[in-house]
Design a protein around this ligand. Structure first.
Ligand code: PMP
Length: 298
């Protein structure tokens, strides 16, 4: 399928209270968010007409905005309505949904006290798989990269805010330069954090281990998968940090995210050495159970 540019498509976008044609959802070059990353966003998936964990995403959007001091007047119910309107206007039942809030062009500079918060929802259907389907099938290759997750006193690491994604974007490029598909990001102290856009889990001797999320986004999918695997009978350790060396002893490694869903990792490149993991087994069962869960089958 030819790549459709995101700013030149048919369809509709919800912008500042109303549904407008996709191509008319324009913003000025002096939009504050464009210069200072003053924006927060959500990435969600609608499965067969239902956005999975929709209210939790709306709550997180408001929380992210509060953390980075973007004034947000909208309630969870307002955001829910906007998402529904956007999906309905486009006639989508299965789609990726992007709700976001950003500061406009009323003011330039670091003082944002006179900026106005804008709110939009766009949705699209061509992210059936967030990762390249071929790469996902054979298991993703990650590489540890120079860019690290910063300490929470320096960045609002629990907000899904654009500023945090500068690190993700650089990390992904660094990983690609190392011949990998995505980045394994460590935190500033060298412990395992997450990938550029998903949380990470390891399975070792049947136990599931994932780093405690006090230094990065505690993903909604991460929380969902932890609850789900417990009901499947697995024990989960989410209470401590993981070193890269411990991660490399794993039998299996997988990533979780609303867009990424559950995606298996086959290889991690670290300081020139390759560590390989099985693609299948428990991780594959967990991926399939997650698919059933989001589709309302369990
Ligand atoms: N970490 C980062 C950096 C992400 O971008 C995402 C995707 N939102 C996640 C983790 C996973 O979060 P969620 O499961 O809520 O989508």
């Amino acid at each position: 399928m030819a790549l459709l540019p995101f700013d030149d498509r048919d369809g509709f976008i919800f912008l500042d209270g109303k549904i407008i044609p996709w191509r008319e959802a324009q913003t000025h070059v002096l939009t504050h968010a464009l210069h200072y990353s003053s924006s927060v966003f959500e990435g969600e998936r609608c499965y067969n007409g239902n956005i999975f964990k929709s209210e939790q995403h709306s709550e997180r959007l408001i929380n992210s905005a509060n953390l980075v001091r973007i004034p947000m007047e909208m309630s969870v119910a307002d955001i829910e309505n906007a998402k529904r309107e956007a999906l309905e206007a486009n006639g989508f039942k299965d789609a990726y949904v992007r709700a976001f809030a950003y500061l406009g062009g009323e003011q330039m500079g670091i003082d944002t006290s006179k900026c106005v918060t804008h709110f939009a929802v766009a949705c699209w259907t061509d992210w059936i798989s967030y990762f390249d389907p071929e790469e996902r099938k054979k298991g993703l290759t990650l590489a540890t990269v120079p860019t690290r997750r910063p300490p929470p006193m320096c960045m609002k690491v629990h907000s899904k805010s654009a500023g945090n994604y500068q690190m993700s974007i650089i990390a992904k490029r660094e990983a690609q330069e190392l011949g990998a598909y995505d980045a394994l990001m460590l935190d500033w102290e060298g412990f395992v954090a997450e990938s550029s856009g998903a949380n990470i889990f390891m399975i070792k001797d049947g136990e599931i281990i994932t780093p405690n999320p006090d230094r990065f986004l505690n993903g909604i999918t991460r929380q969902t998968v932890i609850e789900m695997v417990k009901t499947m009978g697995y024990s989960v350790d989410e209470s401590r940090r993981i070193t890269p060396e411990e991660l490399f002893t794993a039998d299996q490694v997988f990533l979780t995210g609303s867009a990424a869903e559950v995606s298996l990792v086959s290889r991690i490149i670290h300081e020139g050495e390759e560590h390989n993991f099985a693609v299948g087994g428990d991780a594959q069962r967990i991926a399939e159970s997650y698919t059933d869960l989001v589709n309302g089958q369990s």
